[in-house]
Design a protein around this ligand. Structure first.
Ligand SMILES: Cc1ncc(COP(=O)(O)O)c(C=O)c1O
Length: 422
């Protein structure tokens, strides 16, 4: 996250001291670096070289319209999983021929909307969904381009909540039924079978699961060819992991031992599978979400109180699980740093929010530089699966979102007011 950096103990987002933004826009506040987003996207897209491909941004990671417009302007495609995401993608300017509609539970009206908008591919995840797509396409007197999402039973070696490619997960068509599913799809009226889709999980930090999946795809395509089925398109999903621990270093900051150190870069991930997938001669689509936006965003929060209960020290902040759910949901680790470093002294604390839930925390047993009320903290690497998971629980209006480009600032979502709770 090179666009968030300390200058004389003061954290900046691109060229702007974050404390200045806090004075103007308050906390909790989501803050994004425009240049980091664009750089992340370009590093993935350019790793394909001259291979026929589309890098589809997965809207689920962060669907702020201004961020979407930015990526659409850069030439990205879109991976959507609901009619709402499709609506946003089209509004942001993604061309329908670069949109893939995935998702394990598409409703009939969502399928109808996607067909009417002529998206490139509906990624089907079951026999029953294939039948419904066919019926809807027939009724609309159109042809549905379909890819089949196959569950390869490969362990992404990630958190169980974000592992999607095992047979015990709800996603995709079991690999043992995959050939039958393709035959079934080919027999259906108003369906054109164009591709194969896999997505084995998220926050994957090693290349091995991707390489294994790429090999599975190549072997499966060979079987398909043997049985006379030819497809032209592979959607390889997303899932590239990002670095959450030690995202920013400074001599005052405790070096975190969470996780396994440095993470493979998206370009290395692409390079590890591209030669394998190229054997198929198919066009390759990717659906990265986290790796495009995670390190381009932070959540800024103010310390309200510090206190001790027994041996425990608590730092109570004005952001909690309603603003960033990941720590409460799956104990996710986000590095948390002071926006202005005033001391090199650290202590072990729980950083907790104001929500009436014991599970409302941003970090537990964390070494944090000593803080006092009104100090401002930055929760790092919060650009993905952050704002999109905010809620009104405890009747809390959602935070504002700000996009920084050099020394320019743009409010890309106003802070909600009490009226938004009604
Ligand atoms: C089908 C599909 N594609 C792409 C993604 C994006 O994954 P990531 O944000 O890890 O790149 C997801 C997220 O889980 C997904 O379910």
């Amino acid at each position: 996250m090179r666009y968030f950096l300390y200058k004389e103990n003061e954290l900046l987002c691109e060229d702007i001291p974050i404390l200045e933004l806090v004075e103007e826009y308050g906390t909790p506040l989501y803050l994004y670096s425009r240049n980091q987003i664009v750089e992340n996207y370009k590093s993935i897209d350019s790793a394909f070289g001259s291979t026929d491909h589309v890098t589809c941004y997965a809207l689920k990671a962060n669907s702020n319209l201004h961020i979407l417009k930015l990526l659409a302007e850069e030439g990205a495609g879109a991976d959507v999983v609901s009619a709402g995401e499709l609506f946003l993608a089209l509004k942001a300017g993604f061309p329908p021929e670069k949109i893939a509609f995935a998702g394990v539970g598409k409703r009939e009206d969502e399928i109808e909307y996607a067909l009417a908008q002529k998206v490139f591919s509906l990624n089907a995840e079951s026999h029953q969904e294939l039948q419904l797509i066919s019926r809807v396409a027939l009724r609309l007197n159109t042809t549905a381009r379909v890819s089949l999402r196959i569950n390869p039973d490969i362990d992404a070696q990630s958190h169980p909540y974000i592992t999607t490619g095992l047979h015990s997960n709800k996603f995709g068509i079991d690999s043992s039924q995959a050939l039958d599913a393709f035959r079934h799809a080919l027999s259906l009226p108003s369906v054109e079978v164009i591709g194969l889709h896999t997505h084995i999980g998220s926050q994957i930090t090693k290349t091995e699961p991707f390489i294994e999946t790429a090999k599975f795809v190549v072997q499966f395509l060979a079987k398909l060819h043997e049985s006379g089925v030819r497809i032209s398109h592979i959607d390889f999903g997303g899932g590239f992991g990002v670095q959450y621990a030690n995202a920013i270093r400074h001599e005052a900051l405790h070096v975190e031992d969470h996780g396994s150190g440095s993470v493979t870069s998206p370009a290395e991930f692409v390079a590890s599978v591209l030669p394998i997938l190229q054997e198929t001669g198919c066009s390759v689509w990717l659906e990265p979400g986290r790796s495009v936006v995670a390190d381009a965003g932070i959540l800024v929060t103010k310390v309200l109180y510090t206190k001790e209960n027994g041996n425990k020290k608590f730092v109570v902040t004005d952001a909690g699980m309603t603003d960033l759910l990941r720590p409460s949901l799956y104990n996710a680790h986000h590095q948390i740093v002071p926006v202005r470093i005033e001391t090199y002294e650290s202590e072990k604390v729980d950083i907790v929010g104001p929500i009436c839930e014991t599970g409302d925390f941003l970090a537990r047993d964390r070494m944090l530089t000593k803080v006092k009320p009104n100090d401002v903290l930055a929760v790092l690497t919060a650009g993905a699966y952050g704002f999109v998971n905010t809620s009104h629980y405890n009747a809390r209006p959602r935070p504002a979102e700000i996009l920084v480009n050099g020394d320019r600032v743009r409010v890309i979502r106003q802070r909600e007011t009490f009226e938004d709770l009604v």
